[in-house]
Design a protein around this ligand. Structure first.
Ligand code: NOJ
Length: 542
């Protein structure tokens, strides 16, 4: 059986930074509605909407204080319903962010839970007594420091795997699970297209054994959730699973297990991080490793799983700055990343601004940073003796604000994002890099994305074709075949800024997409320019 989401191309919107409609400097839902025609032109078929629920914004909406209401800055429930309808009119489904590993500490459940050990909501969260007058154990928060916060009033600690304003829900409590399922059904009834599930691999945690990811009950909970909510509906579900291997991914997405449609795996994302260290501890990317890892994921899921394909999201630096060249070869390298990813098997995700080649936005002092993760890390590392310069260097390479600067629509003040003061600085390169300019230039990154989406819609081989890595190439050249129903395509990409050569073993036919205007030989040796990439049909063996 096939599903719409296997053919979908998903566009991620980070609402705070997408489009402001009322001049308060914060993106909002009416702003998104006003840009739906642009997204339709691009050709995407689903939107993953980062959280729009009520939130005190300690972690920009990933700390939810009411799952069934909309953040005031973003609009109203009526706006949200209009967005779902207006998107559906354009054949675009809205996939909501489901953040249920934790709530905000301002959620009514936690406010009640804090009232005392006997409160009926106490057990909605994870509370433990001190051990020898100290934290229960050495579990660490992803946002620095201990994952345990002391509550003076009751003399107990509560667990927060993220900020202390994001207390972890206790999934062992049946009532918690039922509340979550009811809330999911509330949204499904509004006609949404599915859920992106935030750090879903953590819900089976066993904190006393220092087990956080992949706990023993994780898949039992997901099967229960599937049955209680979306199981009988034609929706898409994608789990954020940092520690997934292909074997683990199959547990989530094998259709016979009735859990999720697919997961986000992050193995390729970790390749420029020193082993056993944090994301901030950088090392150069090995292109050879990147090819091996992406190819492993392409070939190992078979019918027991489905891949998601992405380079970017709201937590990651811009790929063109990270592994491409955001200066001299910005356009070429942005297109190269697009071609390599969108010609693969799986559901591609585009993060807002990626389609116009938006870049990282370096800062020089911590005062310019908004993101809680970067700020906490800065303070922790200062205490540990790192220099300010070294920490800022890590933030510029990997900090989450790189992805969160406002969307660049045109070259007017604040890039057309707002008429007010933007909540986060606009990247100063907006006069050159913006949507208006991209639409006017037929050679822009935008039109490569548009073309790639069209190819996926028009050719079954892009969706279903088998993938095969071509091993005998220069290290810097990433080349692979797709094959389906007697048809064969070739994709070739130069991941470096030096010239490379590639040998066409077969005669090629129509060139489907190419980021240079040069013509390709029919067979034999091709000289690849910096970041050159193309996809072609194969005619026959020579
Ligand atoms: C993953 C989200 O993508 C990230 O933005 C957030 O900070 C954490 N989960 C906590 O919800």
């Amino acid at each position: 059986m096939t599903s719409w989401w296997q053919k979908a191309v998903v566009y991620q919107i980070y609402p705070r930074s997408f489009q402001d409609s009322n001049g308060d400097g914060i993106g909002d839902i009416p702003g998104i509605i006003s840009r739906l025609d642009y997204l339709q032109l691009l050709g995407i078929t689903a939107i993953w909407l980062s959280p729009v629920y009520k939130s005190p914004n300690d972690d920009n909406g990933y700390d939810i204080s009411d799952y069934e209401d909309i953040m005031d800055e973003f609009g109203s429930m009526a706006d949200m319903e209009e967005l779902i309808q207006e998107a559906n009119k354009r054949d675009i489904k809205i996939v909501m962010d489901l953040v249920v590993n934790h709530t905000s500490d301002e959620h009514a459940w936690f406010v009640e839970a804090k009232k005392g050990k006997e409160n009926p909501y106490r057990d909605y969260y994870v509370w433990r007594d001190p051990v020898n007058g100290d934290v229960p154990n050495d579990l660490h928060s992803a946002f620095s420091g201990s994952a345990w916060e002391y509550d003076e009033a009751s003399g107990q600690y509560y667990l927060h795997l993220f900020s202390k304003k994001q207390p972890d829900l206790n999934w062992e409590n049946k009532k918690v699970r039922q509340e979550v399922y009811d809330m999911m059904n509330f949204w499904l009834e509004k006609g949404i297209g599915g859920f992106r599930m935030d750090v879903i691999d953590l819900i089976g945690k066993l904190p006393d054994q220092s087990i956080t990811g992949n706990g023993p009950m994780l898949h039992t909970y997901l099967q229960e959730m599937n049955q209680a909510t979306f199981g009988s509906q034609d929706v898409m579900t994608v789990g954020e699973t940092w520690g997934a291997t292909p074997e683990i991914a199959k547990l989530y997405s094998d259709p016979i297990r009735n859990e999720l449609s697919m997961v986000f795996q992050f193995e390729h994302i970790g390749l420029d991080q020193q082993e056993g260290k944090d994301k901030w501890d950088l090392k150069p990317l090995s292109i050879g490793q990147l090819k091996q890892i992406l190819s492993k994921w392409q070939t190992s899921l078979g019918r027991e799983g489905w891949n998601s394909l992405f380079w970017n999201n709201h937590d990651l630096p811009r790929i063109v700055s990270r592994w491409g060249n955001d200066k001299e070869y910005r356009v070429e390298s942005a297109k190269m990343f697009a071609i390599v990813l969108h010609m693969m098997k799986g559901t591609p995700y585009i993060y807002q601004g990626e389609e116009i080649g938006m870049t990282n936005c370096p800062i020089s002092t911590i005062d310019e940073v908004d993101d809680i993760e970067s700020i906490n890390m800065y303070n922790e590392r200062l205490d540990q003796g790192y220099t300010k310069e070294a920490i800022i260097e890590s933030i510029n390479a990997k900090g989450r604000d790189n992805a969160r600067t406002p969307m660049q629509w045109d070259n007017s003040a604040h890039a057309g994002f707002t008429t007010g003061t933007p909540w986060l600085h606009v990247n100063p390169n907006y006069p050159e890099i913006n949507v208006k300019q991209s639409l006017a230039d037929e050679d822009s990154v935008f039109y490569t994305y548009k073309k790639l989406i069209e190819l996926r819609k028009e050719h079954a081989i892009v969706v279903w074709g088998e993938y095969e890595l071509i091993e005998e190439t220069a290290e810097e050249v990433f080349a692979y075949y797709r094959e389906f129903s007697g048809e064969k395509w070739l994709v070739v990409a130069n991941f470096s800024e030096s010239n490379q050569t590639f040998t066409l073993e077969e005669e090629i036919g129509e060139v489907l997409v190419h980021n240079y205007h040069t013509s390709l030989p029919k067979s034999g040796e091709v000289l690849l320019k910096p970041y050159e990439a193309f996809a072609t049909k194969i005619l026959k063996n020579v």
